[in-house]
Design a protein around this ligand. Sequence first.
Ligand code: WT7
Length: 663
Amino acid sequence: MAQGDTELEARLEEQDEFEPSEEFVAQANVSDSDIYDEFEENWPVCWERAADLLDWDEEYDEVLDDSNPPFYEWFTGGELNACYNCVDRHVENGDKNRVAIKWEGEHGETRTYTYQDLYREVNEFAAALRDLGVEEDDVVTLYMPMVPELPIAMLACARIGAPHNVVFAGFSAEALATRMNAADSRFLVTCDGYYRRGDPLDHLDKTNEGLDSVDHGVDATVVVDRLGDDGFGHDLKGNQHDWDDLLDEQGGERVEPVERDAEDMLFLMYTSGTTGQPKGVKHTTGGYLSYATWTSHAVLDIEQEDTYWCSADIGWITGHSYIVYGPLALGSTTVMYEGTPDFPNRDRMWDIVEKYAVDIFYTAPTAIRAFMKWGSKYPASRDLSSLRLLGTVGEPINPRAWKWYYEHIGNEDCPVVDTWWQTETGGMMITTLPGVKNMKPGSAGPPLPGIDAQIVDTNGDEVKPGRAGYLTVNKPWPGMLRTLYNNDERYISEYWEEYSDTDSDDPDDWVYFPEDGAKVDEDDYITVLGRVDDVINVSGHRLGTMEIESAIVGVEGVAEAAVVGGNHEVKGEAVYAYVITEDGYEEGDDLRARIIEGVEDAIGPIARPEQVVFTPELPKTRSGKIMRRLLEDVANGAELGNTSTLRNPEIVGEIEAKVRAQS
Ligand code: WT7
C-alpha cells in the first residue's frame, strides 16, 4: 500500500461522523431538515407526499384509517394501478425512449428495454396470462432468476390485478411447493435454467419436482427459454407453455390496466420466522407503492435521469422495492445483473458500474466484506466516478466495511445510506436522509420522517441512550404489511402481541415489534444489533433455525438437532448444526453429506450448514430447554456463558473440543 493510502486509512479509522458534500446536498431530492418536523406536526396527512408521487385513477378519501388496529388501511377509497405507474405514465409523458431496464447476463450479453419496449412486452404477457385463465386476485407464483422476464411478469400481474408471489430461484423444489400451497397459487412462471459461474443450471427439473408436490393442482405454467442451445432438452408438458410462443401469439395485444383499490393486494412474499412455516407477508397497491417510491426518491435520491443499480436478487423484498417498483415508478433506469460478483473476474461489479456509468449503487454488507477481502485493486482499476450515492441493506455493517466502501467505491464523495428495514416494512425505515443528515458508520441513523421508532426494555419502557434494548415502531406507515396471508391471528401474535394492549382499539396502544435488538445514541441514531428471535442472517438472507432443524431431523439417522448462527467473516452469520444420531447410525462424512443434502432439498443451498457437529447430547436446562446461547458461544469460539443451570454441563466442553478439531 502506498504511503498516502496508509495515512488516509488511519484518518478514516478515527473519524466517526461524516458529512455529505455540499455538492451532493445542493442537488439532493430532499435537503431541507424541516422535513422531520413537518412530518411530525402534520401526521398522518404528511404521507400525502408519498402518494403524490403516483398517478391515481380515483383520489383517496382518507390518508389513514386506523379504526381497527393493527389492521390499518392507507389511502382508503383511492384507486390506482401499479403497472400503469411504473410503465404507461412514462410512455405517455414523452419518455417512451428512456431506458427502463438495462440487463446484463453472466456471459456479458446485454438487453436494453426502453419504457416503450417494457410497455409492449408487459401488455403482451398480461394478455397471455388472461388467456391462460388468470383472473383478478388469482395469485401467480414467479419462480425465476435474474432475467428481464421476471420484472415483466411482475408488472403484467400488477396490470391485471393478479398478486404475484415471487419465490427466490435458489430455493429448493420443496420450498417452491410449500409457498404455492400456502398461497393457493394455481399459476406459475419459471424458466428452463440460468447461468452460475459460467455453467448452465437446470431450473425446470427443480420446478417440475416442486410442482409434483403442489396439492391443489396447477392450471398453467409458463417457461422462459433462457438457455437456448445450452438447455437440458426438457419437453414441455401439456399445461406448460413457452414464453416466446405466448408473446408471439399476442403480437402487440394491449390490456387496460385494472383499477385496483389502494388496499388491494399487490403481492405476497414469503419470509422466514420463528416457527417452521414461512410467513406470507401481504403488501398492498396504494400504500406499498407509495412507500417504495417515496423512499427511493428521498433516501436513494433517484432522479429520472439516473442509472441506478441494486445488486440484490428480485427474489427478495429488496429487489421488489428497489430494483422494480421504486426505480420504475420514478421513471429511472434500473440495472439488472444475472450472475455472481466474481465471474469471470473479481472486478465484474466495477466493470458494470463503469460501463453503464451507474449513478447510485445499493448492495449488502456481505458483498462489501467480500470485495474488501478481494482487495481494493479491483475497484481501483475501474472508473467509478459516475457514482453519486451508495447504500447498504440486509444486516448491520461494521464501521470498517462502511469506511472501505466509502473510500474505495465512493472515493469519499458519495454519501453512504445504511438502510434498516424488513420484508414486512415494505421499504426503508431507519436511515439517514443523505442530503440532510450526517452519517455515523455502524449506525443506520435516525428513523425516517414520519416513522416513530423507539428502543425499549422488556416492559416496553424506553431505555437510555447507549443501552441495548428492543426496537419497536409506534405508529403505522404506508408500506407496512397488512396481515399474513390467511392468518390474521399469526399477524397479531408475531408482530404486535409483545408490546401492545391487544384488547384496545386505540392505535396508541398498538406497537409493532420487528424482533430486532438495537440501541440509540444522544442524536437519536439507531444501531441495529440483530435478530432476537430464532432467525439468523446469512449473507443478508433471513433463515429460520426451526426450518433448518426440521430439515435435518427429517434425515434418516438423525435423532435430534439444534441450529444456531455463528459469526462468519463474509456471510455475517453461518449455519452451525449440532446433531445427535439415532442408535445404530454412524456419525461421519456419509451422514454429514446426507444432512447437507437434506437442508439443500428442503430450503436451498443458502441454508447449507457451515459445520455439522455430532454430539451425544445437547446442552439442556433442567426443564429440557436447549441452551442455544451456549451453542452460539461454542460456534463463535467465545467465552462460554453460564453453564450452572444445565442438567449436563460437561457436554459443552466436549462439543467445544469437537468444533475446534473440525475448524
Ligand atoms: C432483517 C430483515 C430489508 C431487506 C433485506 C432483508 C436485518 C436489514 C439491516 C441494517 C442491521 C438489518 C434485520 C431485519 N437488517 N437491514 N441496515 N442493519 N440489520 O430483509 O429478509 O426481511 O430481513 O434484516 O435483522 O429484521 P429481511
